[in-house]
Design a protein. Structure first.
Length: 319
């Protein structure tokens, strides 16, 4: 089943699609296509989806997507995601399908481009491939909040801007309480959390808080960092309570061209240490303090606590 809407605001729920869709054109979704602004809830896609721009496993763009899963392969030219291509918010969603190819730009395991939306409690299990601007959760967030998310899959670009959670940030962005387990690779602007921070206006800021990464990182030049690959453009990016693997020999930020970076309470640790009760306590200590406050950064939504993953031994989120 696929529902096609143009500028529609209705809701769709409890749908399953097993149909492969291949189209020449934009706004292609496994469950809903077109410019759709309603809610999609409890839907699942098993079909492979291929289009040009704005391609997603559940919707093409817009809307709020809740409790949905994608299992199909997602291919497109730009703004493609395992759950949605562009502008959508997502909560309690999972992507299991491979996303993108070597010519794709702006690809995310969950959302290709997230604008003024919240991405909460989502997991990506599918490999993400692109030419540039790819993230395990979001390719490009713009004034968006990414919280309580996990990427377990490898993310690879042919050129630049790739991160375990976010590929490229050009506007206000908050990434909080997230974890990357995948291997991240590209020619430059490579990092465990955010590939390139490049704010286009003065006064813009970004925040990466209480996140950590254990995946390997590979790049061809110095624009590679444990948390951020490179900082360009205006404004300040804040890194707080973030951790990356000591074995890589990297700083928190690969390089800074323009703008500022402020790093507090962040450090490289060995993979062995990241499996200890002490490290788990560091993550949960911030969560406890944050949840007792006003939760301003996450629109009053609470952060999830951390527990040990029985398979990997590393802390994971308590979904």
């Amino acid at each position: 089943m696929q529902v096609q809407y143009q500028h529609h605001h209705g809701n769709v729920s409890n749908c399953i699609s097993r149909v492969d869709i291949e189209a020449t054109g934009n706004n292609i979704g496994g469950i809903v296509g077109g410019e759709y602004a309603g809610d999609v809830t409890d839907c699942e896609n098993y079909g492979n989806i291929k289009g040009d721009n704005y391609v997603g496993g559940i919707t093409s763009m817009w809307g709020k997507i809740v409790n949905c899963k994608n299992h199909g392969r997602i291919i497109g030219t730009s703004y493609i995601g395992g759950i949605s291509g562009r502008y959508a918010g997502a909560e309690n969603c999972q992507n299991h399908g491979e996303v993108g190819n070597s010519t794709t730009t702006y690809a995310g395991g969950i959302i290709g481009q997230a604008t003024t939306k919240v991405i909460n409690k989502c997991i990506n299990y599918g490999i993400v491939n692109a030419n540039s601007s790819a993230g395990g959760i979001v390719g490009e967030p713009s004034n968006a909040i990414i919280m309580n998310c996990i990427n377990t899959a490898d993310v690879k670009v042919e050129s630049e801007r790739v991160g375990g959670i976010v590929g490229y940030a050009s506007d206000f962005e908050t990434t909080i309480n997230c974890y990357n387990y995948g291997n991240i690779s590209g020619k430059q602007h490579v990092a465990g959390i955010l590939g390139l921070a490049n704010f286009i206006q003065t006064g813009h800021k970004g925040e990466i808080i209480n996140c950590y990464t254990t995946g390997n990182l590979e790049a061809e030049n110095i624009n590679i960092g444990g948390i951020i690959g490179r900082k360009n453009g205006y404004g300040t990016h804040y890194i707080k309570n973030c951790y990356w693997q000591e074995e890589l020999g990297l700083e928190s930020v690969g390089s800074i061209s323009v703008g500022n970076i402020e790093v507090t309470d962040s450090e490289a640790y060995s993979l062995e240490y990241m499996k200890t009760e002490e490290f788990l306590s560091k993550l949960n200590s911030y969560v406890e303090t944050y949840n007792q406050g006003d939760k301003e950064l996450t629109s009053s939504k609470e952060l999830l606590t951390w527990k040990f993953d029985e398979e990997t031994g590393f802390p994971t989120l308590s979904f």
